[in-house]
Write a protein that binds this ligand. Structure first.
Ligand SMILES: *[C@@H]1O[C@H](CO)[C@@H](O)[C@H](O)[C@H]1NC(C)=O
Ligand SMILES: *[C@@H]1O[C@H](CO)[C@@H](O)[C@H](O)[C@H]1NC(C)=O
Length: 482
């Protein structure tokens, strides 16, 4: 019998734990499905990135021997290097590592998978004749929108950043969406005139060179978008292997005690009775907006669990922090009046709370991870996007999938960067209405999200669509080493 073929797959995540974690998750998933692939992850580290060290240590201690980690060293490193130069400066070491692997005779390189921001490494893969793939951590609709914007820019000479000032009612026909997409929900990165739009669309342009693109979604959720991508012969095959979830949350152990008290509180609330408000790692409110949310909650009469965080000043680069004293920012007496029915806390273990049966609705910023978590947990969302591609995620949930309720779809706020802001305070009336609809036990959106939840649990299993997609990806990688 011929010896079974083996292939080595090399991953290059962008710098930072946030980019490394999902790649490690894909690697683990891959090796549970095949014995023929082993994996090497090449890690770039920013000098300022200290929390990656402990994560890397934990990986090395607990890892499967089929996943190896190699630290890439930069040729030269400067503190405020633009990201593309930073990645570029790791090319020589990447070359050295790859030629070492090839010359050892042990490895047959089946491909390199680049992070969505690391397509510059395609150059290195090309030098060695190794096929390149891209990992795009968002969904199919957003990937299609990115290609569409890039095509408008490069094939039709459109300055897409001008959509920033387009008329309120302007819409675009984008193949991965059933409905026309309003320009006011476009991700701000496309609209940035300071170079970020160009930087991102240049990356997207190179995705077209890839042999395949891995996306974090599943066929049953984005059926139309995935079909539209496969219909376009200028777009590489996509592998929808999601949902990849971040169920353990961001912070480990540090606040275990507090987490336990949260769960205890939820344990005594009736099923689906609590509305949960949480706005992600970059979401924060202060001033009048906090009052409006508080009034909405009181008037709605629902039990609530609210993760409220303090914005850092916009000239001060940094993530939101917890308030030292919540009483100071909330309306007078709010906490006392509502102590039986509600809780306000700082950072929250979102996934664990969403999974709790007491939670019946989720006021969310619609980050892609949160969107997938809400589906996985079967909790309908009331949308309140803040930045990045959250507006168009809200659009997907509300209009395309009819699985969520709109509080806002075009609100924009960035706590550490003054982007094109459209963040007039959302009034208590609007918030209250959203909460009432999302908490309605018999609503259509609840029914839809429950159906999607069931599907999301079956797709990773043998025979499910994401399982099969991963199989096809494995087959493609194996076909490279014949
Ligand atoms: C999304 O989840 C992944 C883990 O699957 C995590 O590494 C990443 O940082 C999360 N992204 C955001 C924006 O929170
Ligand atoms: C994909 O192509 C088929 C065949 O031409 C067509 O019927 C279908 O509507 C297309 N789907 C999308 C989403 O574009």
């Amino acid at each position: 019998m011929a010896e079974p073929r083996k292939a080595e797959l090399v991953f290059i995540p962008a710098a930072g734990v946030g980019h490394l974690v999902p790649v490690v998750e894909i690697a683990k998933l891959l090796i549970t499905q095949t014995n023929h692939i082993s994996i090497t992850i090449l890690i770039m580290t920013r000098p300022s990135d200290t929390n990656i060290l402990s994560y890397k240590k934990s990986l090395r201690e607990s890892s499967d021997p089929r996943i190896k980690y190699i630290d890439l060293k930069p040729e030269q490193s400067e503190p405020n290097q633009p990201f593309s130069e930073f990645v570029d400066s790791h090319k020589p070491h990447a070359r050295e590592v790859l030629s070492g692997m090839i010359n050892s005779g042990i490895f047959k390189l089946g491909g390199m998978v680049m992070d969505m921001f690391c397509t510059i490494m395609f150059d290195v893969a090309n030098e060695f004749g190794i096929p390149s793939y891209v990992f795009f951590p968002s969904g199919a609709s957003m990937l299609g929108l990115s290609f569409h914007m890039q095509s408008l820019r490069d094939d039709h000479n459109v300055d897409v950043t001008d959509f920033k000032v387009s008329d309120e009612s302007t819409t675009l026909d984008v193949p991965t969406y059933i409905n026309p997409v309003p320009t006011k929900v476009l991700p701000s990165i496309f609209l940035d005139k300071e170079g970020r739009s160009k930087m991102f669309l240049d990356q997207v342009k190179r995705y077209r060179e890839a042999k395949g693109i891995i996306i974090n979604t599943f066929k049953e959720m984005e059926t139309h978008a995935i079909e539209a991508l496969s219909n376009d012969s200028n777009i590489p095959p996509v592998y929808a292997i999601g949902p990849l979830l971040n169920l353990k949350g961001g912070k480990v152990n540090k606040q275990q005690e507090e987490d336990e008290s949260i769960m205890k509180w939820l344990d005594v609330q009736p099923e689906s009775s609590v509305v949960f408000l949480c706005f992600g790692s970059g979401g924060a409110f202060d001033g009048e907006q906090v009052n409006e949310i508080a009034y909405a909650l009181e008037r709605s009469g629902y039990r609530f669990f609210w993760s409220l965080r303090k914005p850092t000043p916009s000239n001060n680069f940094g993530y939101p922090e917890d308030y030292e004293n919540l009483e100071e920012v909330l309306p007078e007496g709010f906490l006392q009046r509502n102590s039986d029915v509600g809780k306000v806390i700082g950072w929250a273990p979102q996934a664990a709370i969403l999974a709790h049966p007491a939670v019946g609705g989720f006021v969310s910023h619609c980050g892609w991870n949160s969107t997938l978590e809400s589906v996985w947990c079967g909790v309908p969302v009331a949308t309140w996007p803040l930045y990045a591609e959250q507006q168009v995620n809200a659009f997907l949930l509300v209009k395309e999938l009819e699985m969520a309720v709109e509080i806002k779809m075009d609100y924009r706020k960035h706590t550490w960067q003054t982007l094109n802001l459209n963040c007039e305070d959302v009034s208590a009336d609007v918030i209250e209405k959203g909460i009432r609809v999302v908490m309605d036990p018999d609503s259509e959106v609840r029914k839809k999200v429950k159906e999607m939840q069931e599907k999301s649990h079956s797709v990773p299993k043998e025979g499910g669509s994401s399982y099969s997609s991963m199989r096809s990806f494995i087959d493609d990688v194996m076909s490279n080493v014949i």
